[in-house]
Write a protein of this length. Sequence first.
Length: 405
Amino acid sequence: MPTTERARTSIQLALALLLTLLTGLARAAPQATSATPPPPRIGVVTMGPGEVFWERFGHDAIVVEDPRTGVRTNYNFGFFDLDEPGFLGRFVKGDMRYRLVALPLDEDMAYYREVGRGAWVQWLDLEPEQARALAAALAENARPENARYRYDYFTDNCATRVRDALDRALDGHLRKQLEGRSSGDTYRGEALRLASPEAWMWLAFDIGLGPYADRPLSRWQQDFLPRRLADDLRKVSGTTGRPLVAAEAELLPQRLPPEPAEHAPLLWPWLLAGALAAAGILWLRASRPRLLAGLALGFWLLCGLLGLVLALGWAFTDHQAMWANRNLLLFNPLCLLLVPGGLALLRARTPTPRFRALLVAVAMLALLACLPLWLQLYPQRNGHWIALLLPIHAALSRAWRRPAG
């Protein structure tokens, strides 16, 4: 075969092979394009407590990692705007509005790094379809028209939103594992423990919470706290029976003090303080009556104003945890009616029979606060306040039960 013809034949074979290769690639391309992308990686990010009062309970969010780009998006349910028109009024009424915000994980962590709050991530072992469905649901929820929700400290907050999103992705499997378990803790116990570094915050919770806050919680309910939810995620399984948490990693160290430890409240210091206060009242009545009148006037003002707040919170707000608060029998709004009599006592005037009758009524109502202590259906743990305030009300009633002779 001539050289030229051989060359032409070789070129034709090469072109034929190239055409065959290109045809195969063209047929394979649609198949590669239509292949299902790998599922996202889902994690729960838990942040430690902060120093600002609304940061005492900690925080959490859901992070979604794109397996193709490595981009991590944090879905954070804890955003609110103090400068938003009407925010303060809605807060007072119990109608607070928070929103879900999606932002890069590193950007979200910048604040926690700056203030010294720690953070760690728990990567979850979800089925591919569960991970995809959860990522899609979060992206839809983060749209501006869907992002806002009505916030509640105990039943609808950043942690319960994370918990509920995971439970939906697991077809209710998470709730089934946690609903029947209980550690015996209550909303009051958890709130007081976490608020204890701030005395005013501790007092506000303990005085303001009614019997709603004293019911024993299931683990599902107790997961309104981010750290409790993180602890429970370590103990549960996914729908396949494997542990739900596949791995954990620290994102930021906790430089601030950690959560306070649990401790049982003691009754005897309150009872001792109440008894000493009562003895001091009776001694001052005999030796320094005008000084006692000034102290009593401040006490009645404080009790009356606090009781008025409790009564208004029960009657006119949606703060369910304040309703039916039996501390109203101790921090009694009727104490405000004693103020004119207290002013008269400061001027060394004789108290009126109406004033003395009102003193007895306030003391008897404080005594009635003892009766519900034995109620098992709706208990309220306010025995320490009874131990402190009942002796004081009783002593003040005795001090002016009749005109000084």
